[in-house]
Each structure stands twice: as C-alpha cells, then as structure tokens.
Design a protein around this ligand. Structure first.
Ligand SMILES: Cc1cc2nc3c(=O)[nH]c(=O)nc-3n(C[C@H](O)[C@H](O)[C@H](O)COP(=O)(O)OP(=O)(O)OC[C@H]3O[C@@H](n4cnc5c(N)ncnc54)[C@H](O)[C@@H]3O)c2cc1C
Length: 400
C-alpha cells in the first residue's frame, strides 16, 4: 500500500487528501479494483481535536486513530498506494489529469478527486490557539454534548454567524454570552431574540484569554476585554471563515471553486470539469467527518461508473497474446465460461474472462505489454501462474 509509486503509470484515480473523505474514497475504489494513488501530507483539519464525535461506531475515538484504522484496512487493497507528499499543482492531460508533488514528481490519472479539506481561521488573540480543540471549538454538533450545561461564550458577528450560533447553542447550555469582539452587527430582531433567551452581548474588543486550565472539555479561563469586566468561561464556540487547503480545483478551471468550498453535483460529487471530483469539507456540504466519508464514497462510485466501457464482442475481436513465452496469434474471442480478472496497464483497463485466470496468483495478474487498434498484447509471465495452462485458452473481456 505505501511505497514509491511509478511516475510512468497511468492511475485510475489520484486522490489528494487522506482524511475521512479521501480514505473512504480510496477504500471504495480499492474494492472496485481501481488503481489509486492517494496523497496525504498529514495535516488534517481536526489535528488539534482530542476526540471525534458523532461518527457511527467511532464516537469518541481520537481522530488520528480513525485515520490509522482506515489506513490499516486500506492496506488490504494492493491497487491502492499512499504517498505522504504534498500535491502543489494539477493540470489537464490527454488522458485526464497530471499532478505535481512538492518534491517535483509528476503523476497522471484518469480521474482526480480533491479531498484536501479546509483550514479554520482562528481568532488571533493570545489563548485561542492554546485552547483550540480543548475549550475552543467551531462545531456544536461535534463538541456541544461534551460542553453541555457549562458557561459558554460564542465568538462571532452578525445575525447568522453571531446571533444564530448563540441561539443554536441553547440546545446545550443556558449560560451563554455572545462576544462579538467589536460592533456586533446584530439586527433589532436578533437582539430581541437573544434577549428572550437570556443571552447577553459583549461588544468590547477581546484582548486575550487568560488560561487557568486547558484540560480538554474541563478547561477554565477568563476572557479579558480591552475594557469592562473579565468573563469567566469553560468554552468558546466560534464562527469564522474556513479556507480550502488547496486551490487545485481553481487551477483546473473549476468555476464553482471558492475559498470556502466547491459546489458539486449532489449525486456524485462531480464538478463541471469532466473527471474532477471534490469531496469532504472541500465541497460545500455540512462539515463533518462522517459526511466527508460518505462524500468520498459517492465520488468513488460516481467516478467508477463514469468510466467509458467498450465491450469486446464474441468473435469480432482478435488478439495476440504472449502466454508463458509462447505467442498465440489471432485467437478468436469466445464466450466466457469461468473466472474473471480485471486489471490495468498503461492507458487501458482490461477485464478478462478466461478459465486460466483462476489459476493466476492474485498478486500477479497478466499484463498488457502493448496496445494497438488491432488488439492488445498480453503478457502472462509463467511465474504468475499457480500451474502452467494446459491448453490454448479462449479469451474474452472488456476495455474500460
Ligand atoms: C477542532 C475540530 C474538531 C472536530 N470535531 C469533529 C467531530 O467531533 N466530529 C466530526 O464529525 N467532525 C469534526 N470535525 C470536522 C472534521 O474534522 C472534518 O469534517 C473532517 O476532517 C473532514 O474530512 P476531510 O477528509 O474532508 O478533510 P481532512 O480531514 O481535513 O483531511 C484532509 C487531508 O488532506 C491533506 N491535504 C490537504 N492538501 C493537500 C495537498 N495539497 N497534498 C496532499 N495532501 C493534502 C491534509 O494534510 C489532510 O490530511 C472537527 C474539526 C475540528 C477543526
């Protein structure tokens, strides 16, 4: 699974990003026998988080553990290769896409899936970064339960980002203060609604957070304002902008790209750029790990279904095959009656339906050594067989 991917290969899909979206896409594609190269430079959005919540069967695990389990399970799929490099550029090619890594390597693929996530913009006053993931959070659906019934502050401005989040937080606590760090920009309507819920508003500029304890979910700190009394809190939920981790979609001409996220079609996560998919936080849906994973699966299935399929018809297609060093010329294709194998070489994918395939070792399938309009040259090294084929095998299959 890990290793040095070949730059000469044409991959079915390159995935940029190994968070829940990219890893799940790789898993689904691996199970479809797709040849997949996944890049991940190991800087997930939730790196500071102590526990992942709201993910079926993994509620409360460390985010790094979720990724480790996913990587471990991915290792079972030999056609998936993971590389730790950062992808810095992407371009269109005749066969799909090429990407360039920071260390100067180039790779080509038919499909490109961007699952690179986003990065959050934290308030820059001292204390926020120290408490990020322990007492400073952005998502109530991720960490609201852990902070329930505690004294909370909301950091945000305007009706939606400030007032709306403060009102939403009443699901978890009735001790809430909205801190707008400057003029709140709230409408009269929102001021009244906040007032009805007993939510106070502090519009003074925040100078810093003075931290007594930063134990995750049990922290205590004071919000120190430039004027006015301190405010003792156990947690802050903030609502600021997040930005895409890469601009690769924009470089590829995706005009629904914005720093906040790409708009994609909801069924398959595809952008309007053929072959380009975006999944996870980098698309514009709800920003949660299980949704990112689901979008990765959607993109994987969508990209697989969109592979053009050309079927060889019985008797109408001829092939030459090197079989254990013996050239078999112009063998007619016949109807399949036994095992199947699907594999890639160069720019062509082949699905073989052939009795002898069942005799191949799973890690050593036939290779196509050359393709032309007349057919394909198949190379089946003798060491890849469990036992030598006894007869001239009939061969049929599909190009995809
Ligand atoms: C503090 C915090 C707590 C959270 N808690 C929860 C929670 O409890 N429950 C929940 O469901 N969600 C939670 N989230 C949200 C969750 O982290 C995201 O929704 C999820 O990680 C999105 O997955 P993703 O695969 O889209 O992106 P990410 O997980 O961010 O993964 C993207 C990956 O792509 C890599 N990458 C980016 N650019 C490149 C490049 N150019 N080349 C190579 N690699 C690249 C990054 O290094 C990263 O590993 C939390 C977020 C934060 C910030």
């Amino acid at each position: 699974m890990s290793g040095s991917p070949k730059q000469t290969d044409l991959w079915d899909a390159i995935i940029v990003g190994g968070g829940p979206a990219g890893l799940n896409a790789a898993l689904v594609l691996g199970r479809c026998r797709r040849k997949v190269l996944l890049f991940d430079d190991g800087r997930p959005r939730n790196a500071v988080s102590h526990a992942l919540h709201g993910f079926l069967s993994r509620d409360g695990v460390a985010p790094a553990q979720l990724r480790a389990i996913a990587r471990e399970q991915l290792a079972a799929y030999a056609s998936v290769v993971v590389d730790e490099a950062r992808v810095v550029d992407a371009a269109h090619t005749d066969t799909g896409f090429s990407v360039r890594t920071r260390d100067g390597r180039r790779f080509r693929a038919r499909k490109l899936l961007l699952a690179a996530g986003v990065a959050d913009a934290l308030p820059d006053q001292p204390g926020f970064r120290e408490l990020y993931g322990a007492a400073v959070f952005h998502c109530p659906y991720c960490d609201g339960w852990e902070m329930r019934d505690q004294p909370l502050a909301i950091y945000g401005r305007g009706d939606h980002k400030g007032g709306g989040l403060a009102l939403e937080m009443t699901l978890w606590s009735c001790d809430i203060v909205l801190c707008s760090d400057g003029p709140s920009g709230l409408s009269t309507d929102y001021r009244q609604r906040l007032d009805r819920h007993g939510i106070a508003i502090r519009e003074e500029r925040i100078a810093r957070l003075e931290v007594d304890s930063s134990i995750p979910y049990q922290a205590s700190f004071d919000i120190v304002f430039e004027s006015g009394p301190l405010l003792r809190r156990a947690g802050i939920f903030f609502n600021t902008e997040s930005r895409q981790s890469t601009d690769l979609a924009a470089r590829l001409g995706c005009d629904t790209y914005s720093p906040k996220g790409c708009t994609v079609d909801n069924d398959q996560q595809m952008t309007h750029v053929p072959g380009l998919y975006v999944a996870g936080d980098a698309s514009r849906d709800v920003l949660q790990a299980i949704i990112a994973a689901a979008e990765g699966a959607k993109a994987a299935i969508g990209s697989t279904r969109r592979c053009s399929t050309r079927t060889w018809r019985d008797g109408s297609y001829q092939r030459r095959a090197h079989l254990c060093g013996k050239l078999l010329a112009n063998t007619q294709l016949t109807r399949p009656d036994a095992a199947q194998a699907r594999f890639y070489c160069g720019s062509v994918g082949i699905q073989l339906l052939w009795p002898a395939v069942s005799e191949c070792r799973p890690d050593s399938m036939p290779r196509i050594s050359r393709t032309s309009r007349r057919g394909v040259d198949l190379w089946l090294p003798s060491e890849s067989l469990r036992k030598p084929p006894t007869s001239n095998p009939a061969l049929t299959g599909q190009c995809f």
